[in-house]
Design a protein around this ligand. Structure first.
Ligand code: NMX
Ligand code: MLT
Length: 439
């Protein structure tokens, strides 16, 4: 199988690089930890290792060294499409090279051959109360799929450590193949009461299949958006909550289903992936309050009301980025090219003009710029997917691509159990009592 062969060919060189670092440079200092970082959520401590993607605070995400504009330009596209094949992105993340069209289509074909879901998963979803949040359903469905894990079965049958990555890759291909069906079923069942299982058509790519299973009116336009969306949301290095949680759980040799379900539970938080639903709610409230587009001054006072009530302005700020998120810019460009006059888009643009200055004036947020979530719901809304509680599920479908690539490589390179050390408050007080003031 293509991805298996490509990874296998690279393994000896990667393992040697890890061996040299561990054996010959194990004591070299990379970073130091301050009391502020311990109290501040381990912010910025350089202690995670991944080669799949890197967030440059001044430029944004690089997927295997490529910026978002480069990824969108260089990855192969399907006939008549402007947005790249998602299969090409998965190849890039897994293999570290830009694929040709044939290679991207080989990943797409692999997905098509694995996109079957056992009936009990649909039965379980159908059995849940209609008002269950889609992220609860999505996480449950991922857990329900875990019974078919190749990794878990082969591990318990005595598989050698050096071989862990092979069933991990099979599981990752299975998982990423099935997620669009699970997501579309949750959408159609929860909001339209549909009970029929969606079908994946091998003649179409990942994005087109998703658009067709979602049954939106403009399937071609939504297929383009889906490709862009899943690519943009795939990875954001290893420190964000969903990626880090998936990695942490995977480090105990739980299979990717357990690990990703844990990551999804983190994605479901309003400071992380759930911010995309919160953003659309915020925009809709703003529009409702002013009966359409507000003036810049009205928007300013609305933003201040949010801040003064102790809430965050969703979609703005970031733990690492210190510039406008290029994932925001890519979505903005997509929308401007296709529906520049859409009222919600114009509102999102107005927010982009006004809110950074408000956040700067407040002086708390280190990054007053928009992040990926500030506009993603606006695009979904344009194509008729206005049920905002569903938005974080879409983020999850995309995020599976990046975290599963990390999971496979972590097993391939034998990354160990993650187990940092904690201290007590008293210990910190003792440390600072011995240090010169301010040091
Ligand atoms: N609105 C109001 N206050 C903010 C915002 C914002 N958008 N962003 C940061 N702050 C505050 C933050 O709450 C903190 O306040 P305090 O000192 O009272 O605790 C202060 O500014 C410093 O925070 P930062 O160090 O700039 O940000 P941090 O790294 O702690 O948090 C986020 C990053 C993304 C959680 C934060 O910017 C935020 O809450 N943004 C809004 C929610 C959001 O858009 N989340 C999605 C992020 C992207 N994603 O998909 O995961
Ligand atoms: C992400 O895509 O995971 C978010 O931007 C959050 C982060 O990187 O911290």
């Amino acid at each position: 199988m293509l991805l298996h062969d490509k990874i296998e060919a690279q393994l000896p060189a990667w393992r040697e690089r890890y061996r040299v670092l561990a054996k010959e440079h194990g004591e070299t200092v990379v970073d130091q930890v301050t009391v502020g970082q311990i109290l501040g959520g381990m912010r910025d401590i350089k202690s995670l290792l991944t080669d799949i993607s890197y967030v440059d605070p001044a430029h944004g995400i690089l997927f295997r060294g490529l910026s978002i504009p480069e990824v969108l330009e260089k990855l192969p596209k399907g006939r008549g499409a402007k947005m790249p094949l998602v299969g090409g992105l998965y190849y890039l993340l897994m293999v570290g090279e830009v694929p040709n069209r044939e290679q991207a289509l080989a990943v797409e074909a692999e997905w098509a051959s694995r996109a079957e879901i056992p009936d009990y998963v649909f039965k379980m979803l159908k059995g849940m109360p209609r008002d269950t949040h889609p992220m609860i359903l999505f996480t449950q469905a991922v857990m329900a799929l875990a019974s078919d894990s190749h990794f878990a079965r082969q591990y318990h049958a005595g598989l050698k450590r050096d071989e862990f990555w092979r069933p991990a890759l099979d599981d990752s291909l299975d998982l990423t193949a099935k997620l669009p069906l699970v997501a579309a079923y949750i959408y159609r069942n929860r909001y339209f009461g549909e009970r029929k299982k969606p079908r994946y058509n091998p003649r179409w790519d990942y994005g087109t299949n998703f658009a067709r299973m979602m049954k939106v009116a403009d399937k071609k336009g939504y297929a383009e958006l889906s490709r862009l969306y899943f690519i943009l949301h795939s990875d954001h290095e290893s420190g964000n909550v969903s990626a880090h949680t998936t990695h942490l759980v995977g480090s105990s040799l739980s299979d990717i289903y357990f690990a990703f379900a844990a990551g999804l539970s983190g994605l479901a938080g309003p400071l992380h992936g759930l911010a995309n639903q919160e953003c659309l709610i915020w925009l809709l409230r703003l529009r409702e309050k002013f009966g359409g587009l507000p003036t810049a001054e009205q928007l300013r006072s609305f933003a201040w009301e949010t801040l003064e009530s102790g809430q965050v302005i969703p979609g703005y700020g970031h733990g690492v980025l210190r510039v406008v998120d290029p994932r925001f810019m890519a979505q903005l460009q997509f929308a401007r090219e296709r529906f520049p006059d859409d009222e919600l888009l114009r509102l999102a643009e107005l927010v982009f003009e006004v809110v950074p200055a408000v956040l700067k004036e407040q002086g708390k947020a280190k990054d007053p710029a928009p992040n990926v979530d500030a506009i993603s719901g606006t695009l979904q809304h344009f194509y008729g997917v206005s049920e905002y509680e569903f938005y974080t599920v879409l983020f999850g479908v995309g995020r599976a691509l990046g975290v599963s690539a990390n999971y496979v490589w972590a097993r391939a390179l034998g990354q160990p159990l993650e187990r940092p050390k904690s201290v007590t408050t008293k210990m910190l007080e003792e440390v600072v009592s011995k240090a010169p003031a301010g040091v």
